[in-house]
Design a protein around this ligand. Sequence first.
Ligand code: ZN
Length: 263
Amino acid sequence: MMGPAHSLSGAAAWLGVGAAAAAADRAMPWPVLVVGALICAGAALAPDLDHKSATISRAFGPVSKALCEIVDKLSYAVYKATKKPGDPRRTGGHRTLTHTWLWAVMIGGGASALAILGGRWAVLALLFIHMVLAVEGLLWRAARMSSDILVWLLGATSAWILAGVLDKPGNGSDWLFSAPGQEYLWLGLPILLGALVHDIGDALTVSGCPILWPIPVGRKRWYPIGPPKAIRFRAGSWVELKVLMPVFMLLGGVGGAAALNVI
Ligand SMILES: [Zn+2]
């Protein structure tokens, strides 16, 4: 899928988690619902850091470009080192390492650890990165036509304001994990979920997605998961724009309303 569909599905998924949390008596305060949805929308672009023309690889100028090159090389090396006889030969790392459940768990866990150990500045950095990505993903064309610096400023100011809102008592910096010192431990959850939702979105497209790695399936360790070939679609096709995106919006709306106990 393309950036906007990935981001919308990420936001909808977090709103769905909000509905489930409300049903399980761990209701999210509204700032957790809103900030989590934005983080998840941004995180749903992250796995494509292995592709140099992807939104995320251009979002932070030379920094993300350099990171993209490293991630592509690393992914390719891991692919070559772990492939089984049934896995095809490849020339690059796109849609391999960063498109697996293990990667999602690792970056989600890493973000939680960073938020706990790194204190306020780490939380602000995580928020900044994901707010910039959310703007890129959700506002797409508008973000593309404005300068990078404006988008970064918007990301920085919204990170600062949202951290201020979350920090107020009862606003949810300690949602789900409420012991002292566990503030913002939950930040890893929308990041993990965003990556997984991205992988599932890619799995629906023509080439599938090796989500299960390193668990082997038959003669393949990088088995491309996906539905039967007949119902897969091409990235950016009308199915994505005219069917999936409105469905994500609808599901997100219903999930958000349920999360806030409006319905
Ligand atoms: Zn992808």
